[in-house]
Design a protein around this ligand. Structure first.
Ligand code: DP6
Length: 420
């Protein structure tokens, strides 16, 4: 073993990486192995306090093979995507030395040393939220720190991209653009930060986690089928997205909410339209998703100017981006009016994340939800859809990945190199 210090040492790094939601969607690849998209996309990073992945990675000469545990269960790292990320990172690893601990690892040693990866999400994985984006980004970011990879975040984004396309956008906070690139080797298909999370701090994001019994088509296979069978996707990728991306960048730069909302809603709708144009057709939204859109559209129309934008990924959950705190408060009242919890659910677990919005909305206990009156834009006494939403998460735009230096946050036992 080239590394010094005996066989006992274990070196660990822990990092936290946010998830992101696209407001201009990535859908369709031009290269399946390198994960190169057919259009640019833009996302907003969500506050890691409410949605993030924490990953601890460790290296030791005593490890016999690369191993990973996700949310408490061991998962295989043998898949091509993981292997591509590990290979790319190992090839960029640098010498490392910790004199105090007597650890010296040369660039060459990294090829032979094995790693342990322990990862968990701070939000329910079953929720169908973009856990793969945060997960892959965190794997790449934490291993890059461990292996002393000296590349910048853009280069790291190109590695994370090979784990899962949308993961490349989780390397930054705020608003992020994934530039599709032109090169065949994918070297220019990278993510860049458009603005940091402070630029548009007023935005409030409410996610409605919609109950779904249906097994959804994965993004990977769904977009492959769309590219193979849809005519509409060509029009979208070649004609619509290039113009829409420029307009979206302008709207974000100017914090022009009406333009932002119109573009985000239109893009979500078109993404779901190309899914319907796929053979066999793909439905990601369900009746509840449609009811949420209708609630938002009625209210936006009633106000004359958009108060909230909606966007849906490859599933029925709604991501609702409100103009500001006031709009978020009014939105939450509407959401709780139309989608109250089941009688046996407590309010504390029904609205999670930033609960201060609940307080601003004057809702302190379940009887306040029951007492909500129908929104003024509702003409008839619209039915309340109890139990259609599993829960709501209140969040906001957030920062990019960070290393957690507090050892107590590590998910790996520093003595054994195994999950705590
Ligand atoms: C609808 O990144 O999950 O969320 O690259 O095959 O891993 P792979 O797909 P993935 O697709 C995400 C699709 C989307 C839109 C988006 O995030 O831009």
């Amino acid at each position: 073993m080239a590394a010094e210090g005996g066989e006992k040492w274990i070196l660990t790094v822990t990092a936290q990486t946010p998830t992101n939601i696209a407001v201009i969607k990535y859908w369709g690849k031009r290269d399946e192995d390198l994960i190169l998209p057919i259009n640019d996309s833009i996302s907003v990073t969500l506050d890691p306090d409410h949605l993030c992945t924490t990953t601890s990675v460790a290296v030791s000469p005593s490890f016999t093979h690369d191993r990973m545990w996700l949310n408490g269960k061991e998962v295989s790292l043998s898949g091509g995507r993981y292997q591509n990320c590990l290979r790319e990172l190992r090839s960029r690893a640098s010498d490392f030395e910790d004199e105090k601990k007597g650890i010296k690892i040369t660039k060459k040693d990294w090829e032979k040393l094995h790693v342990h990866v322990v990862s968990y999400n701070n939000f329910p994985t079953a929720a169908g939220l973009a856990s793969s984006a945060a997960g892959l980004a965190c794997l790449v970011f934490s291993l890059a720190k461990l292996m002393n990879v000296k590349e910048d975040h853009s280069k790291l984004s190109a590695i994370a991209r090979q784990g899962s396309g949308s993961a490349c956008r989780s390397l930054y906070g705020g608003f992020v653009k994934w530039i599709m690139g032109k090169e065949q080797d994918g070297s220019d298909s990278i993510a860049v930060q458009l603005t940091d999370e402070k630029h548009w701090e007023d935005l409030v994001i409410i996610i409605a986690v919609v109950s779904s019994r249906q097994k959804e088509t994965s993004s990977t296979s769904g977009m492959r089928e769309t590219v193979e069978t849809s005519e509409l996707i060509k029009h979208r990728a070649q004609e619509v997205v290039p113009i829409r991306t420029i307009k979206m960048e302008e709207a974000i730069a100017k914090r022009d909410f009406p333009a932002f909302a119109r573009l985000a809603c239109a893009d979500s709708n078109q993404f779901h339209a190309v899914c319907l144009d796929t053979l066999p057709l793909i439905f990601y939204m369900n009746d509840t998703s449609h009811k949420i859109i209708s609630c938002v559209e009625k209210w936006n129309r009633h106000e004359g100017l958009p108060q909230v934008a909606y966007t849906f990924d490859a599933g029925p959950n709604a991501v609702l981006i409100s103009h500001n705190r006031k709009a978020a408060t009014l939105l939450l009242q509407r959401l709780l009016y139309y989608f109250p919890p089941q009688s046996d659910t407590d309010l504390d677990s029904y609205v999670i994340g930033d609960k201060t919005i609940l307080k601003d909305a004057g809702i302190h206990e379940m009887k306040d939800v029951e007492a909500l009156s129908p929104p003024p834009e509702t003409k008839d006494n619209t039915q309340r859809n109890k139990g259609d939403v599993s829960y709501f998460i209140c969040t906001r735009p957030g920062r990019g990945p960070i290393v957690l230096t507090d050892e107590s946050r590590s998910l790996i036992n520093p003595e054994t190199g195994f999950p705590k």
